[in-house]
Design a protein around this ligand. Sequence first.
Ligand SMILES: Cc1ncc(COP(=O)(O)O)c(C=O)c1O
Length: 447
Amino acid sequence: MLKEKKIQAYKTDKSKKLWSERERLVPKAPYPYTHLFIESAKGATVRDVDGNSYIDFSGGIGVLNVGHNHPKVVAAIREQLEKLIHICFHVMPYESYLKVCERLIAVAPGRFPKKAILFNSGAEAVENAVKAAKAFTKRQGVVSFDLGFHGRTYMALTLTGKDNPYRAGFGPFVPEVYRAPYPYSYRPPEGVSPEEVNRYCVGALERVLTIQTSPHKVAAIIVEALQGEGGFVVPTPGFLPAVRKICDKYGIVLILDEIQSGFGRTGKMFAVEHFGVVPDLMTVAKSLAAGMPLSGVVGRTDILDSVDVGGMGGTYGGNPLSCAAALAVFEIFEKENLVSRAGEVGKIIEDRFKEFKKRFDFVGEERGLGAMRAIELVKNRDTKEPISEEDAKGLLAACAARGLILLKAGLHNNVLRTLVPLTVTDAELEKGLDIMESVLEEYKVGG
Ligand SMILES: Cc1ncc(COP(=O)(O)O)c(C=O)c1O
């Protein structure tokens, strides 16, 4: 555990005062990564209410791939604000919604006829993708994976494969949802070698489909191409192609949840492209609209059109301000080559994380794709016993106290992950990584 006295303390008077107000006014449930109140942000740097600056490796939990307050996003929102804030797409449609759908259809994998529909949050997109799959197949079952995270509404929560803290105490959940293991090579099931993980997980999925239910009762399999909250777990290369094959064999809809891994984060527009797999439906949100609430489902026309009129939608889904922001995001991606920039950012992080692994024996594994990278921290490399959650929290607090906002993830909360804006400068990135290294160094010597 890092000792507080060694941490260079920033001035935090205003944040402390506001924190006690937060405790008075807001339930404790929203997870507190920091106790710092933010005032403003630009690019990959954020500023708190006490005037301290931080490099932001959180990107607002993967939302700011184009950076905070990108001038083009700000201008697009401002221009839209003057014209129209809300009418509801059901009442009178507007062109910007169509343009976002057109863009999503163009970037989503698959050469078949596609459509897209917009919502507010990631969870809402997940709910609707599942609804469309059920309407299309006229089946009720859904299969998801251990450690997958799909959101906090009831179907999304049911699909989420980690009980504590997301689901604990909230049951009963939605019926007809089944869960299979995800190929987490660093932590294979007891008695399974890392080399056997792929075969084991494909077999386990087949068993879930044939023993726990029947494949002909399953409407959809939903999976992340790279697990986000689960700890930046990259699946074995053969896993998603095998899942695709199983879906084809049984007429099951394959839903790829690209809510965290999408929009260039992994060095491809969508992480699934690394595996040569084409989903039937894809859920998107987070970095789609640079901080404005917007999500979507994009995919096969025949599946999405199987829902009757009135069966999907909502008051705010695809609101004009969010659509304006999303159109600016698409333009920024093209003009600033952010997909290839993710590769460069990822390489810088990967090289440093590899060094961390050499220097610090408590770094059990470094992993990721593109700029979606993480290190998993353990007490002992042989036993892989995770560091305690308290220690992980201490590391994040020490990073914050030195000017770096960093997040953790994973089953044991022992995975430090980077979701830095792809517009980060090399200097900011190195500075953030230097802070991480100094904190790990201190942890090594026992703080
Ligand atoms: C893969 C994935 N799916 C779904 C969600 C839920 O998104 P939201 O919080 O916008 O409902 C998240 C959020 O972290 C996510 O990472």
